[in-house]
Design a binder for this molecule. Sequence first.
Ligand SMILES: NC(=O)C1=CN([C@@H]2O[C@H](COP(=O)(O)OP(=O)(O)OC[C@H]3O[C@@H](n4cnc5c(N)ncnc54)[C@H](O)[C@@H]3O)[C@@H](O)[C@H]2O)C=CC1
Ligand SMILES: O=C(O)[C@@H]1CCC=N1
Length: 276
Amino acid sequence: MEQDAAGKRPGTLAIVGAGVMGQTLLGGLLRAGRDPGSVLVVDRRMGRAEELHDRFGVRVVSDLAEVAAAGTVLLVVKPQDMADLLAALREHLHPRALVVSLAAGTTTDFCERHLPPGTAVVRVMPNTPSLVDEGMAGLAGGRHCAPEDLSQAEELLRSCGRTVVLAEKHLDAVTALSGSGPAYVFYVVEAMVEAGVVLGLPRATATELVVQTVVGAAAMLRETGQHPTVLREQVTSPAGTTAAALRQLDEHKVRAAFVTAVEAACARSRQLSGGV
Ligand SMILES: NC(=O)C1=CN([C@@H]2O[C@H](COP(=O)(O)OP(=O)(O)OC[C@H]3O[C@@H](n4cnc5c(N)ncnc54)[C@H](O)[C@@H]3O)[C@@H](O)[C@H]2O)C=CC1
Ligand SMILES: O=C(O)[C@@H]1CCC=N1
């Protein structure tokens, strides 16, 4: 966001937390053309931060005081670490800083209560396919967040995938669906590969068959725009093999299991807002 001359938001971006998601976002931002010199990475594990310096050429520090130079601060630590981080960050935040939190279950209200009054906060729920620029992120702005702040956060996340802006009350559902979603897909892939091995296929062949099937099915969903039910019916010949398999999935209540699993993830996201 462009501010008046007296209070321009600095262009430097700080990523606090260089774990799985921090590295994923960093990679996406650099692939999208961001200058490594404009990115500062902070992690309390110095060894980890050094790895990222060697790999990406970004500046890496362990001292939160350095974040004061950054106009945009991405918080990518575990939800349980957020309260301590926010308390430590408070005195080091640039007065015009935009804070973008990626912590599951952590509300903008929680962040705002720990930060200087009036701080613009955006809550984001990304997912790991950002690693291959196929991420999906849901975003919601906090109380002091201007439309320009939200656009700035969206632009950051668009460097590695798609974005959707929605009311914060929906972010626990987003967390349960697309945040955790890649794990459900990997779980299904694991189960299908195991089935192939049971049927006597070499594991590598089973894996190739399943991975390409999942990629192909996902591409069909996106490219045809057809409803999944229609696409499923196209595969299901009367009295054929697919019908025999789907009957077993229904008998084992797999569809219902998915609904209750996603509900459990959503409930857990809500619980995390209490810091537990
Ligand atoms: N892994 C995933 O699929 C997704 C994770 N998230 C969210 O992203 C956040 C990070 O998750 P991961 O990257 O998986 O965790 P992680 O454990 O891999 O990384 C967290 C990093 O934060 C660092 N850290 C913790 N406290 C710190 C502090 N006070 N100062 C500096 N560094 C600190 C840790 O040393 C660690 O390197 C979580 O809040 C999670 O809910 C969101 C969407 C997807
Ligand atoms: O499992 C978790 O808590 C995080 C949030 C979404 C994906 N991983």
